[in-house]
Ligand binder design. Structure first.
Ligand code: NOJ
Length: 766
């Protein structure tokens, strides 16, 4: 607070001393709430939020001019240079004029200190800035991409990874990350599937909560914790044709049953901020949606944090054909109780005029400002605006040795073994000559995957390096690229050298897949095959007769029908981050027994998409002998690999599925138990999955729904009884009026290693 005092005029100083009196109890009050501001049912668009620090927020608000208020609602991206984020003249002026509430892409202690000093010491009120960054799967220590991390089926592990990311990010001056992305997507054409946790609502809920808990910790006041963001609200993961930003057209039933549960779980876990989605829902762009933000988020769920738009999303309501002009766009968004404008600068420019003309209520603007100030108090920024920017902590924390070790563990556990015919894997480390072929074989850059925050590709361990680190000196390890990692380059100029190496080798490890920018934002594909000449290269190398192991790296499932038929071993390695090569090598040589499983049904070909496991049955279920049934005539209905699938170097047997009750009331519960035995000769991890199906209901139900899962470790010969609780409440669905119900009838329970191979039992709901 002392910095604020320097620049104040006398009357404001007086008020501020009152404020300082109230802020002095800040730490003890963190997390407490007042119910003085609850109002849920007025006609006014203003939704009053229960603030955590109501008196302190009020005292600051009382000092602010309208211009200062709308400045708090403005979020801009930092400038960049080769050396990292930089402060431009324009920004310096904007901060000086109190026109910024926060800056994203701003990190490093040096940079954040510079920005914060201007905000705190050179503006009239000295309100500190928020610093945000897309810390999606690591800040500097890069973990696997989220789709890969979800293949661990271990939210506890990802909570710990997020804790580490929070420590690094907060040590670099950050207060806020734009994660988790909990958009559900059953569409691998959509590039952002790489940032999701796959197609299932329960998995997205559990991983979303894990990330929120990891980043926000127990207490946001702790300088090693930062705010999380549930994004993108809502239904961003199902654009038509998988084309990013495209129109979304799904029923309210599907919205509520499939897409909203992870966001509700995020609110229940105390997530501090939400981000709007770029897409429209039911004809209304999300960023101006009264239905999504007022009715669902604020009224139904009572969300008490603030909402930030996605990048220029307020402005985009004009090209959507929804807002007439910038003033109209501002009105629509602020009245949807969207609080902070990322990049459009429309709140900044339009709200003062709208308030003056009486089009927007001043209390609507005040509420948005209050929500943002409330979080600044929660983070302790009014106690010490520089508390996150500490040079010593930054040096000690970034890329700590134990963080790198943990990144290796997460990478290992994210790998999914898709095929292993005749126990081709693991390889012996004494293999005479191993040839590594393919554009991802010695590639550091692409291992970062989409969104890599402060990650530096030069830190990454390539597959070639990982293999060399793992084998003895007398094992020859050779490498050639063979083909380019380019959608538009199908040159075969590198084939001869690759074929020559393959012929000399005892085994070829083909490292194929996508470049890191072929998935992620604005990276949708209509074709999900191996880009460039990689498929031809794979076929040519296979022709040599040397055994081939395919290591795939990509941000989405690819069309690998041919490989599945011809290549004996396939390892899906996604993008695994800093320790990629070490993790993959540990699987190839059996130092780590793979246990990851798919969180998305892996399509047979692009024409099957979307092909998610929780589909419904039709009136004409597939019958290969009957023409007029629901099927394709040129491809199977089933995906290439089912949801929940993944192999191990050992084998497991499931037996003795039993239910504690044969009948329950519609508020009752039961337990589901199964014996799982490791029948092979290696210790391994198994992911045990429980699904249910309500056989008949007043609204048709999916053929399977994941209800619970656990990842267990079993020694050879060991049997473990896995028990799941199942409560009637978990089985509820929406009736024809969209009210939750559980009607009488049979519920079938399925437990197994993936959705397609399960034991079954049934019980009745009375
Ligand atoms: C646009 C993306 O959609 C969003 O997820 C991200 O957080 C923002 N850009 C900021 O980088």
């Amino acid at each position: 607070m002392k910095n604020i005092r320097l620049h104040l005029t006398a009357p404001i100083l007086l008020l501020l001393s009152m404020l300082m009196f109230t802020t002095s109890c800040d730490t003890t009050e963190a997390g407490t709430q007042s119910d003085a501001r609850v109002s849920r049912s007025s006609d006014s668009p203003v939704r009053f939020t229960e603030l955590r620090h109501p008196e302190k927020v009020d005292s600051v608000l009382a000092l602010m001019t309208m211009e200062e208020k709308v400045g708090q609602l403005n979020l801009l991206s930092s400038g960049f240079a080769e050396t990292g984020p930089v402060l431009s003249e324009e920004y310096r002026d904007m901060i000086f004029e109190s026109k910024l509430g926060g800056v994203f892409n701003a990190h490093t202690v040096e940079h954040t200190l510079e920005l914060q000093r201007i905000a705190v010491e050179e503006t009239r009120l000295g309100i500190p800035l928020l610093f945000a960054f897309d810390v999606i799967h690591g800040h500097r220590t890069i973990f696997p991409v989220p789709l890969a991390e979800s293949a661990t089926w271990d939210p506890g592990l990802i909570k710990k990874a997020s804790r580490i990311s929070a420590k690094e990010a907060s040590a670099a001056g950050l207060h806020w990350t734009f994660t988790p992305m909990i958009d559900i997507s059953p569409d691998p054409r959509w590039g952002r599937i790489v940032e999701s946790h796959g197609e299932d609502p329960l998995l997205n809920s559990r991983f979303g909560v894990a990330r929120i808990e990891g980043f926000q910790g127990e207490d946001l006041y702790d300088v090693t914790t930062i705010m999380a963001t549930a994004k993108h609200f809502a239904a961003y993961g199902v654009p038509e044709a998988g084309r990013d930003y495209n129109t979304v057209d799904i029923s309210e039933r599907t919205l509520r049953e499939v897409h909203l549960p992870p966001f509700k779980a995020a609110v229940d876990a105390g997530v501090r901020t939400f981000m709007t989605a770029f897409n429209e829902y039911d004809g209304v762009p999300a960023t101006g949606s009264d239905f999504l933000f007022n009715r669902i988020l604020r009224d139904e769920w009572g969300f008490d944090g603030f909402v930030v738009t996605d990048y220029t999303a307020i402005m985009e309501m004009m090209p959507h054909g929804y807002a007439r002009d910038e003033a109209h766009a501002a009105e629509l968004s602020i009245n949807a109780n969207v609080d902070m404008d990322m990049m459009s600068q429309i709140f900044l420019n339009e709200l003062p005029g709208l308030v003056e003309q009486g089009i927007v209520k001043e209390e609507q603007v005040d509420m948005a400002v209050a929500r943002i100030l409330d979080m600044k108090f929660d983070l302790g920024l009014f106690d010490d605006p520089y508390r996150y920017s500490d040079y010593d902590r930054e040096t000690e924390t970034i890329m700590r040795e134990d963080f790198l070790e943990f990144a290796l563990e997460v990478a290992q556990k994210s790998i999914v073994l898709l095929k292993n015919e005749d126990q081709t894997l693991p390889l012996s480390k004494d293999t005479g000559h191993i040839a590594v072929i393919g554009p991802l074989g010695d590639n550091q850059y692409d291992l970062l995957g989409s969104w890599s925050a402060a990650g530096e590709w030069t830190d990454n361990v390539t597959l070639l390096q990982g293999i060399r680190n793992a084998v003895p000196e007398n094992t020859r390890v050779s490498y050639t690229e063979g083909a380019k990692l380019d959608l538009h380059d199908d040159s075969q100029a590198g084939f001869d050298e690759a074929l020559q190496l393959a012929r000399q080798a005892d085994v070829v490890i083909m490292a194929l897949g996508e470049g890191r920018h072929m998935s992620g934002e604005a990276a949708s594909r209509t074709n999900i095959d191996l880009p460039g000449a990689q498929q031809e290269l794979l076929e040519a190398i296979h022709e040599t007769g040397t055994p081939v192991v395919l290591v795939l790296m990509a941000g989405r499932p690819l069309d690998i029908r041919w490989a599945d038929e011809h290549i004996p071993a396939i390892v899906n390695a996604w993008y695994l981050g800093t320790r990629s090569g070490d993790a993959i090598a540990s699987v190839l040589f059996g130092d780590h027994n793979p246990g990851g499983k798919l969180t998305i049904s892996w399509p047979y070909n692009v024409g099957q998409i979307p092909n998610y496991y929780y589909a419904k049955k039709t009136g004409r279920p597939i019958d290969p002998d009957q023409r007029y049934t629901s099927k394709f005539i040129d491809a199977p209905n089933a995906p290439l690999y089912p949801f929940g699938y993944g192999l191990s170097y050992t084998s497991y047997e499931y037996d003795n599925l039993r239910l504690s009750e044969s009948e329950i009331g519609n508020t009752g519960r039961l337990t589901v138990s199964v014996d799982v035995t490791n029948t092979g000769d290696r210790t391994g991890d198994e992911i045990v999955q429980m699904y249910t199906r309500k056989m008949v209901a007043s609204v048709t139900q999916p053929v399977r729904q994941l209800r619970d899962f656990t990842r267990i470790t079993l020694e050879p010969g060991q049997t473990e009884t896995v028990t799941f609780d199942l409560e009637a409440g978990q089985l509820q669905y929406l009736d024809q009026q969209l009210e939750p119900v559980l009607e009488p009838g049979t519920v079938r329970v399925y437990v197994g290693p993936n959705v397609a191979e399960t034991l079954e039992a049934s019980f009745e709901v009375r």
